[in-house]
Design a protein around this ligand. Structure first.
Ligand code: AMP
Length: 397
């Protein structure tokens, strides 16, 4: 079985064609600058990279080009579109409308339009991607796989905000979380690696990348997560502030003459480690700047690690103990100094990091970086969100 995974953004689109027998991507790539001049497709297959520069006025043009490339005699990997059994689409927000992976039909797409406002930067793009695929591949089975689904198991006292309950009921304002496919994937891989049944494990999964979130996973189910109604909440991120007293925003808006929309844009795009350091949103730049003596880069890194540490502590309490901590995504997989700082001084809780293993080169495999004596295992697991989307789509078929 072959599943095409589509992750559509407003002006970009990433894809992978996954062979479900081997669970490997036989081709992957992306389109850039959709709807703006300078469109481009980058396609990787047969160990080679192919680039096509072509204007892509719409998502339909982008999908058409992707399919053309997939069946191309040289760069392609399939003889015809019939070899694609189904398409799995990544969708950021499900609201309360969808609790699990859902097969696309007209009624589902009406519901998708209704909840689009929950993730105005992301969901409308996913809708464009789905509609484009339906146009270019009529009749093909398609699934919507939501980033939020894995967090649907959070109990009410964990996912609700302490606002008027009637407002929650009416407007569905609550914690939804994000990065669910990644948390789900690494939690499953951790159970496999530890040789234990997921149902008996208490895990904290740290997806630390440009956007970061931390989840508490008990018995294979998410019981809490750091992101909230939107991906702005939780730990500080590349450019996002993370948790902040909302009254401070009102104050800042007044002082800086910003509207609420401008205030939110400020919190999403100008804050986080970028805002604190004044250097960069990229952790590689921050570490280089800190090593060169930049104290604000040091401060940004310290704030990030301290915030992650507090979530780890809180989730240990919520889980009633801990079997393993998992680090994943760009920072989680590649930045040993962050892993060290997040877990520093937690020996009293049975967490003992092995410095040598932590600083060993990342070879892309699952790595155990705790000491043999550590009661809590610490793992680095490369994430694979596309594979989760493909698995969910295949399971639905
Ligand atoms: P992501 O959003 O998961 O792609 O993560 C991006 C973040 O990971 C950036 O802050 C990068 O600086 C950081 N990072 C650190 N080392 C690497 C690496 N070797 N490859 C990719 N990202 C890295």
């Amino acid at each position: 079985m072959k599943i095409l995974v589509i992750n559509a953004g407003s002006s970009s689109l990433k894809y992978q064609l996954i062979n479900m027998e081997t669970e490997e991507a036989i081709a992957k790539g992306g389109c850039e600058r959709i709807g703006i001049p300078g469109g481009k497709l980058t396609h990787k297959a047969h160990g080679k990279t192919y680039e096509i520069e072509q204007e892509l006025p719409s998502h339909t043009d982008a999908i058409s080009l992707v399919l053309k490339e997939l069946v191309d005699p040289e760069a392609g990997v399939i003889a015809s579109m019939d070899e694609i059994d189904a398409v799995g689409h990544r969708v950021v927000a499900s609201g309360e409308a969808f609790k699990q992976t859902t097969l696309v039909d007209d009624a589902v797409m009406v519901l998708m339009d209704e909840i689009a406002e929950l993730a105005p930067l992301h969901n409308p793009a996913a809708i464009l991607g789905v509609n484009a695929c339906r146009e270019v591949m009529p009749g093909k089975k398609m699934a919507l796989v939501f980033d939020t689904s894995f967090h649907a198991t959070m109990p009410d006292y964990a996912h609700l905000y302490a606002i008027d309950y009637e407002d929650y009921k009416k407007y569905k304002v609550r914690r939804y979380g994000a990065h669910g496919t990644s948390h789900k994937y690494v939690a499953g891989e951790a159970a496999k690696y530890l040789g234990r049944d997921a149902s008996e494990l208490r895990l904290i999964t740290c997806h630390l990348g440009n956007g970061s979130s931390i989840s508490a996973v008990k018995g294979g189910k998410c019981i809490d997560t750091s992101m909230g109604f939107t991906p702005l909440a939780g730990v500080p991120m590349g450019t996002r502030s993370g948790d902040i007293d909302v009254a401070a925003i009102d104050f800042l808006c007044h002082k800086k003459g910003m509207t609420m929309d401008e205030g939110l844009s400020y919190l999403n795009k100008k804050c986080g480690v970028f805002g604190v350091s004044g250097v960069s949103s990229d952790f590689r730049d921050l570490i280089a700047a800190k090593e060169a003596g930049n104290d604000r880069a040091r401060l940004a890194l310290d704030m990030f690690s301290y915030s992650c540490k507090k979530y780890v502590g809180a989730y240990m309490a919520a889980l009633g103990g801990l079997d393993a901590i998992v680090f994943t995504a760009g920072i989680g997989e590649n930045t040993p100094t962050v892993r060290r700082d997040v877990l520093a001084g937690m020996e009293a809780f049975g967490i003992e990091l092995d410095d040598e293993k932590n600083f060993a080169k990342n070879d892309g495999s699952i790595r155990e970086i705790s000491k043999a004596s550590s009661r809590v295992k610490v793992l680095v697991i490369p994430t694979n969100e596309e594979l989760v989307i493909a698995r969910e789509t295949a399971a639905l078929l």
